[in-house]
Design a protein around this ligand. Structure first.
Ligand code: ATP
Ligand code: MG
Length: 138
């Protein structure tokens, strides 16, 4: 499925569509350049799932945890990961197989750790405010 966000104000509706499209999937991989809008879209997804927590980039912590009416949400940013062993050390596999929502930025950094089934979300910058968002289910 391909969606176009003309501005950030489109993201709440797009996030609802993504959650519906995902159905019972819980692992979401976010691909896109720095500043493409991965964290910004994840914030909207967390709101749709009923989280009122402060959603921030876990660049230094690698993983943030939020409370939501849909259960716990684990938000990863692997950009600064030095190697895949570091992901194992933070216990990524326990999170991935917990059944909780997992939103993963920079999954390219952990190619060998990814579960077999996931939703991939590619974000491409069209201009300052608009983004092409491509969803696939694996
Ligand atoms: N339609 C849009 N969707 C998402 N972000 C948008 C959109 N329009 C403008 N933006 C802006 O683009 C920026 C996206 O930054 P964000 O931190 O979400 O990127 P990121 O992909 O998570 O980058 P990083 O790889 O550094 O984590 C924000 O400043 C946001 O307000
Ligand atoms: Mg980010």
């Amino acid at each position: 499925m391909i969606l176009t966000a003309s501005s950030v104000s489109d993201l709440p509706a797009i996030a609802s569509e993504i959650i519906s499209f995902a159905a019972n999937a819980r692992i979401f991989l976010f691909y896109g350049d720095m500043g493409a809008g991965k964290t910004t879209l994840i914030k909207s997804l967390c709101r749709v799932l009923g989280s009122r927590d402060n959603i921030t980039s876990p660049t230094f912590a690698i993983v943030n945890e939020y409370e939501a009416t849909a259960g716990k949400i684990h938000h990863f940013d692997f950009y600064r990961l030095k190697n895949q062993t570091e992901a194992l050390d933070i216990g990524c596999e326990e999170y991935f197989y917990s059944g909780n929502y997992c939103f993963i930025e920079w999954p390219e950094k952990i190619p060998d750790m990814l579960p077999d089934h996931f939703i991939s979300i590619h974000i491409a910058v069209l201009n300052d405010n608009s983004r092409k968002i491509t969803l696939d289910k694996f």
